[in-house]
Design a protein around this ligand. Structure first.
Ligand code: SF4
Length: 345
């Protein structure tokens, strides 16, 4: 049975916690307790309490057990982002709210420290940035991700990964180098195309492809394990063999040691953003998308097989040896858009 949560829009929620209805529970309470921190360039930042930093991931096929997401919502505003549904779940049905109302979990580092001290993680893999980007613009100011990394410095021997579409990650090279000595650290830069115009249209405020590749190089030159996730591959837009080859060759040249790839997973909340973009800029593709995603948020069958074979051929061509991993539904991993079919050099 589906339950619909009806919440007031966050515009109506600039209330001190004391005014919050004490009978509210769970996500309703969290939304009502949000405290406005500031607004900048049309984006409002809210502080929310983080009751638990580490969230258990239920799918045993995924290469991590725990997830950490310092922010709810993401200013990068990728048209295809599956995580948009999380704002809808909080009663914000205008898709733009996901990009303009950002919730900051400022106390996450403290919660994370407590949880690691209690050994809540049990030494199992932790992934940072599985729902929203940990290096989105809010991080420049609030530095929650950086503080989370600082907490990890007090520990050793953990399995930790980070996924981002932002070159801001290089700000933390000092901490990442140290973490690499203490933990099993992997970094994934998510990149769907090297065409800057296409990237700007689909991922309006994420770092440009050139800046992301530069970040791959900086991370790799610092001795860190860094891979590129082509996530998602969009039918008719980024699945052309020449475009994929250009991307993979540039990633490998920049020092990427692995390439992940997965086809677009299109949730209804993302469809509401992507389809108008297609209608405006790529009208010839709209009918194809409507047909491909008619029954499901996934693409399967012949089309999927063809694209994944192409990626595999390119991996081999660029010296990446396939390491088999299960390929679970991307619905369970960011950035709407990561994958677990990847290869290492
Ligand atoms: S896909 Fe990732 S970077 Fe893009 S809006 Fe979603 S969370 Fe942000």
């Amino acid at each position: 049975m589906t339950t619909t949560t009806t919440l007031p829009l966050i515009d109506d929620l600039y209330l001190p916690a004391a005014a919050v209805d004490p009978t509210l529970k769970g996500i309703e309470r969290m939304a009502a307790e949000a405290r406005l921190l500031e607004t900048r360039a049309g984006v409002a930042y809210f502080e929310i309490d983080c009751r638990s930093a580490l969230n258990r991931c239920a799918n045993p096929q995924l290469p991590f057990t725990w997830t950490l997401n310092p922010y709810r919502g993401c200013e990068f505003g990728c048209k295809y982002c599956y995580a948009r549904y999380t704002h809808e779940y909080m009663g914000m049905t205008d898709g733009r709210d996901f990009e303009r109302k950002i919730y900051v979990k400022r106390d996450m580092p403290a919660r994370f420290a407590e949880e690691l001290d209690r050994h809540k993680d049990q030494g199992l893999p932790i992934a940072l940035g599985t729902s929203t980007d940990p290096y989105q613009p809010a991080e420049k100011r609030y530095r929650v991700t950086r503080e989370v990394l600082a907490v990890l410095l007090r520990h050793r021997g953990l399995d930790f990964s980070i996924t981002t579409k932002s070159a801001l990650i290089t700000r933390d090279l000092d901490l990442l180098r140290l973490l690499n000595l203490r933990h099993r650290l992997r970094i994934h830069i998510s990149l769907i195309t090297v065409n800057p115009t296409l990237a700007r249209r689909l991922e309006p405020r994420a770092s440009t492809p050139a800046r992301r590749l530069k970040a791959v190089k900086a991370l790799s030159d610092s001795g860190l394990k860094v891979g590129v996730f082509i996530a998602p591959i969009l039918p008719g837009l980024t699945d052309h063999s020449l475009g994929l080859e250009r991307l993979i060759s540039r990633a490998v040249e920049s020092g990427a040691g692995s390439i992940g790839a997965n086809l677009l997973f299109l949730m209804p909340s993302a469809r509401k953003q992507l389809f108008p973009t297609l209608a405006e800029d790529f009208p010839e593709l709209l009918a194809r998308y409507q047909q491909l995603y008619n029954r499901s948020a996934y693409v399967s069958g012949e089309h999927k097989e063809k694209i994944m074979k192409l990626v595999e051929r390119l991996r081999k061509k660029y010296g990446l040896i396939r390491r088999e991993r299960p390929s679970p539904p991307p619905s369970l991993f960011n950035t709407g858009q990561a994958s677990f079919q990847f290869a290492v050099a």
